[in-house]
Design a binder for this molecule. Structure first.
Ligand SMILES: [Mn+2]
Length: 335
């Protein structure tokens, strides 16, 4: 099945000029997936033109690139900061299932370019793809902890050897996207185990991932904890808070503090963002899927929402209290 999908994908993009794109505020999985995919395709096709376009990196990704470049000064991180549609035959959209998460320098609408889009991703998909012309060559596997593992499978199936920095990139993507294995499954660990050998020390990877936390993030976390409201539903605790930024890290902190589900509102320039998190065990035991809930709600309010069972977000222009009340109601159905 996997082999069939991969062969289909390879056949579709053969002899085409390929652009690789990912979501804005590129995280380590986005970075690793694009860079390793480009390497794979360059090795496999030899003579095809393949390039990566990145918009803005997340802070932690920038730090990680600096660390990795110090260790491997020769490593090729080349990418383009300006996206040109002309001459492109196919666009590979990596670690993203929503075109709205892609920031193009010239405000192009990807769905109207007449260029085929192929999604390579591990996020919950919902019905979104139907609107963007479902392509049989998509590689979407929701049960993977990271997109980088899908790319790793490509290397394995077509027997292309990985270099040490590429292995390190994939391991780092798996570790960060699985929340240091917390959201992972057996395959997550098996994949890391396959990649680790005498040439790679896991402690070196942890060291590369070390990230100085900014004072503004620390303040957001502390304020988020001060403002939290608690709702008890049976034996479950839901925490609701508000911060001006770092909503995702604040939601994570609430879970670490002991909440089963966390909902954090932050107001961005001209819209609201709601970040939600839930404990993995709660999702498994109750069937709670925050990504599905936020997608449903976002459709009703013309917002953008989705994600995983235990981590999802929503952006919208609508008054947020109404939306939060509805999210809580829907969550309570499961608890
Ligand atoms: Mn990812």
């Amino acid at each position: 099945m996997l082999k069939f999908k991969f062969d289909n994908f390879i056949a579709f993009i053969q002899n085409k000029t390929i652009k690789i794109l990912t979501h804005d505020l590129v995280d380590i999985d986005g970075l690793a997936s694009c860079v390793t995919l480009k390497y794979f395709l360059t090795q496999y096709f030899k003579e095809q033109e393949i390039s990566i376009y990145f918009s803005e990196f997340a802070k932690s990704t920038k730090q990680y690139i600096r660390n990795l470049t110090k260790k491997f000064p020769e490593f090729d991180f080349s990418f383009s900061k300006s996206f040109k549609a002309s001459g492109t035959d196919v666009i590979l959209i990596v670690d993203t299932n929503n075109l709205n998460q892609i920031e193009l320098n010239n405000n192009l609408d990807l769905s109207n370019l007449g260029i085929p889009l192929i999604f390579i991703d591990h996020h919950y998909l919902g019905e979104k793809l139907e609107k963007t012309k479902l392509n049989a060559s998509n590689l979407i596997f929701e049960n993977y902890s990271s997109t980088a593992e899908i790319i790793l499978n490509l290397f394995e199936y077509y027997k292309i050897p990985l270099t040490v920095p590429l292995k390190i990139l994939i391991i780092a993507a798996i570790i960060t996207d699985s929340g240091f294995f917390k959201h992972g499954n057996n395959r997550t660990i098996q994949n890391v185990s396959k990649l680790i050998g005498e040439d790679i020390n896991i402690q070196d990877i942890f060291f590369l991932l070390k990230n100085e936390i900014d004072i503004s993030e620390k303040i957001a976390k502390i304020k988020g904890m001060q403002r939290v409201k608690m709702i008890r539903e049976g034996d479950f605790l839901i925490g609701i808070s508000k911060v001006s930024s770092y909503g995702a890290s604040v939601a994570m902190k609430l879970i670490n503090l002991g909440f089963d589900v966390a909902i954090v509102l932050s107001k961005e320039e001209n819209q609201y963002r709601i970040n939600t998190r839930a404990k993995k065990a709660v999702c498994i035991n109750t069937g709670l899927h925050l990504g599905k809930i936020l997608e449903e709600i976002s459709e009703k309010y013309k917002g953008n929402g989705g994600g995983h069972d235990g981590a999802a977000s929503l952006t919208s222009n609508i008054e947020s209290d109404t939306i939060i009340t509805q999210i809580i109601e829907k969550i309570k159905h499961y608890l």
